[in-house]
Design a protein around this ligand. Structure first.
Ligand SMILES: *[C@@H]1O[C@H](CO)[C@@H](O)[C@H](O)[C@H]1NC(C)=O
Ligand SMILES: *[C@@H]1O[C@H](CO)[C@@H](O)[C@H](O)[C@H]1NC(C)=O
Ligand SMILES: *[C@@H]1O[C@H](CO)[C@@H](O)[C@H](O)[C@H]1NC(C)=O
Ligand SMILES: *[C@@H]1O[C@H](CO)[C@@H](O)[C@H](O)[C@H]1NC(C)=O
Ligand SMILES: *[C@@H]1O[C@H](CO)[C@@H](O)[C@H](O)[C@H]1NC(C)=O
Length: 306
């Protein structure tokens, strides 16, 4: 009984005090979980994930991989360095690292002629650095956002040059299906004009990134500049059109005065009065007259054939 308790105590002491190796893997990348052993004949290697839930990861014995009991979540993503096993390298290569892969991994190794079978543990953590920060402004809000981050990021606002004022700001953090974080924050600008640069800093324990924004004045400020410009442009345009029309009208008048009449006598019954009236619409009226005469003529023909 006492022996059992001592053993139990020692095992617990070993679990509590053991220094697990640590490895940090980048999300989506390939990662190597190191494991070395004293190799011998017929090596056996069992990789398992111990926490948060026990899962079979990769097994090797009788000189080949045995993936019959491999957990579905690791399917097609694991491999050993086959040519290195004989040198005592039982390291596991894991492709397409996911947040769910985080946890403590056990590497059990033994050999036929080795008395010391053993298990070592490696604690694996995942990180996804802040890649890109988006900033935009809608009216009096500056919005800063970024996504695909792990672990949970922290966001803070500052100004350049530093300002003693505090700005109302609100941050929301959301988790995506891949367990990555999306963060966005809005900062409310004061009505006062300023020349400050607004800086948004997003950080995780392993990295930090910042982006800055200079205030753009919102629509009512822009309106004060744009509306008068549009009015001035419109007035100039109107004046130009009037001048051009006047010039064209004068030229046509001069041209009509010189030119002898070319219209056929039978077509200009309607146009006769106007052609002498110096009107720029004369030609149009003449054409209409011709069409109408033509129609009349056909109708008359139709009537006569009837
Ligand atoms: C894995 O082991 C090799 C050789 O001992 C070492 O160079 C490398 O830094 C180790 N990798 C990690 C992530 O600990
Ligand atoms: C095992 O071999 C792989 C591939 O050469 C290497 O990346 C890794 O660091 C090695 N691990 C150890 C513990 O030697
Ligand atoms: C693994 O590392 C994480 C983060 O450093 C730590 O919180 C956790 O307790 C470690 N787990 C083990 C089993 O060492
Ligand atoms: C953002 O809001 C917090 C309180 O919610 C405040 O302590 C902080 O100073 C604000 N940031 C800025 C740049 O004003
Ligand atoms: C932040 O994200 C949430 C969820 O996507 C959205 O509802 C909210 O409008 C966003 N806030 C800003 C300031 O864009």
């Amino acid at each position: 009984m006492n022996k059992f308790f001592i053993l139990f105590f020692l095992i617990n002491l070993w679990i509590l005090t053991r220094e697990d190796a640590e490895v940090s893997c980048q999300f989506g990348q390939t990662c190597v979980l190191n494991c070395s052993f004293m190799t011998g004949r017929d090596p056996v290697i069992h990789w398992s994930q111990e926490t948060p839930r026990r899962k079979e990861v990769h097994s090797y014995y009788e000189n080949q991989d045995h993936l019959e009991n491999q957990d579905q979540s690791f399917k097609g993503r694991t491999s050993l360095f086959r040519d290195q096993i004989s040198r005592g390298n039982a390291s596991l290569q894991l492709n397409g690292v996911m947040v769910q892969d985080e946890g403590s991994y056990g590497c059990y190794t033994s050999s036929y002629n080795e008395i010391a079978a053993g298990e070592t543990f490696i604690n694996m953590t995942v990180y996804a650095p802040v890649q890109k920060i988006n900033m935009r402004q809608t009216e009096n809000l500056i919005i800063c956002s970024s996504d695909g981050i792990y672990p949970e990021p922290h966001l803070s606002w500052s100004t350049s040059p530093p300002s003693s004022r505090t700005f109302q700001n609100q941050t929301t953090v959301q988790k995506t299906e891949e367990l990555l974080y999306h963060i966005n924050s809005s900062l409310t600008l004061s009505d006062r004009e300023d020349e400050l640069e607004y800086i948004c800093t997003i950080s995780t324990p392993s990295d930090q990134r910042r982006a800055s924004w200079r205030r753009r004045y919102d629509s009512h400020v822009i309106a004060w500049i744009v509306i008068p410009l549009v009015v001035i442009a419109a007035v100039i345009g109107l004046v130009v059109i009037l001048v051009v029309s006047l010039v064209v009208w004068r030229r046509r008048r001069a041209w009509r005065g010189q030119k002898p009449s070319h219209t056929k006598p039978d077509l200009n019954r309607n146009s006769e009065e106007t052609s002498s009236g110096e009107n720029s619409e004369t030609s149009t009226i003449t054409i209409y007259g011709a069409i109408w005469n033509h129609v009349d003529h056909e109708e008359q023909q139709a009537v006569t054939t009837l």
